[in-house]
Design a protein around this ligand. Structure first.
Ligand SMILES: C[S@@+](CC[C@H](N)C(=O)[O-])C[C@H]1O[C@@H](n2cnc3c(N)ncnc32)[C@H](O)[C@@H]1O
Length: 218
């Protein structure tokens, strides 16, 4: 088992080198949850995407007419996102910030209309860090704004496999994942609308995920 602070540092290095070695690794098409969220968020609103990577979903939101603030702790991933945004003619609608979600989100209270995070909350974050992050998301969302996030769950084939770091975090092929159970989903929705939980799969493994939608009360 690696100390939590060291695991976070190692994961940062791992994601940087992964994006350098495999530019655009998730492809150009938007994910299923991003397509869902684009239909749910207020048209033309300000979206914050956390864990945006090289931006397949941020670019989709921008093409749909949203303004997007894309954050990720990988500056290499974000550089690829900016270059694709320029090529696609949507850079005027996208801002990027290199940001580690284990620290407070650098945005004002109530300043965004929607928050999207695909496979970010289930990274190498402790349960306490995930709760602190969802509290930060609640702070920056306007009342009535929606959070759409996804997480790999305990029904995933990699749950329990590889190096165990405690707190339901397992590392496989260098990628550490916090596998969610339903109690964690429900506890993260306290103070929000009841969570809408949709099961889906992505990729060849396949990864088994939940897409969760919850709204900040008005
Ligand atoms: C599984 S990838 C998903 C990328 C993107 N959402 C997509 O689906 O194309 C997870 C992303 O979270 C980022 N990430 C992991 N831990 C993070 C942290 N503590 N703070 C910010 N970003 C983080 C990684 O750099 C990576 O881009």
């Amino acid at each position: 088992m690696t100390r939590a602070a060291d695991l976070g540092h190692l994961q940062h290095e791992h994601w940087q080198s992964t994006y350098r070695a495999h530019p655009g690794m998730y492809g150009d098409q938007p994910s299923e949850p991003a397509q869902h969220a684009a239909g749910l968020f207020t048209t033309g609103g300000a979206i914050l995407e956390l864990g945006a990577g090289h931006g397949r979903d941020s670019l989709h939101f921008a093409r749909c007419g949203f303004t997007v603030h894309a954050m990720d702790f990988s500056s290499d991933g974000l550089a690829q996102l900016r270059s694709r945004a320029r090529e696609g003619g949507v850079s005027g609608r996208i801002t990027t910030t290199a940001h580690d979600v284990r620290t407070p989100i650098p945005l004002r209270d109530g300043s965004v209309d929607g928050v999207f995070a695909h496979m970010l909350l289930c990274m190498a974050l402790s349960t306490a860090e995930i709760h602190a992050l969802v509290a930060e998301i609640h702070r920056v969302l306007r009342p009535g704004g929606a959070l759409v996030y996804t997480a790999r769950h305990t029904g995933d084939a990699h749950y329990g496999a590889g190096v165990a770091h405690g707190d339901d975090i397992y590392e496989h092929g260098g990628f550490a994942v916090h596998f969610f159970d339903r109690d964690l989903v429900d506890s993260l929705a306290l103070g929000w609308s009841a969570p809408d939980v949709h099961a889906f799969e992505e990729g060849g493994l396949p990864r088994r995920l939940w897409r969760i939608t919850q709204t900040k009360p008005r």
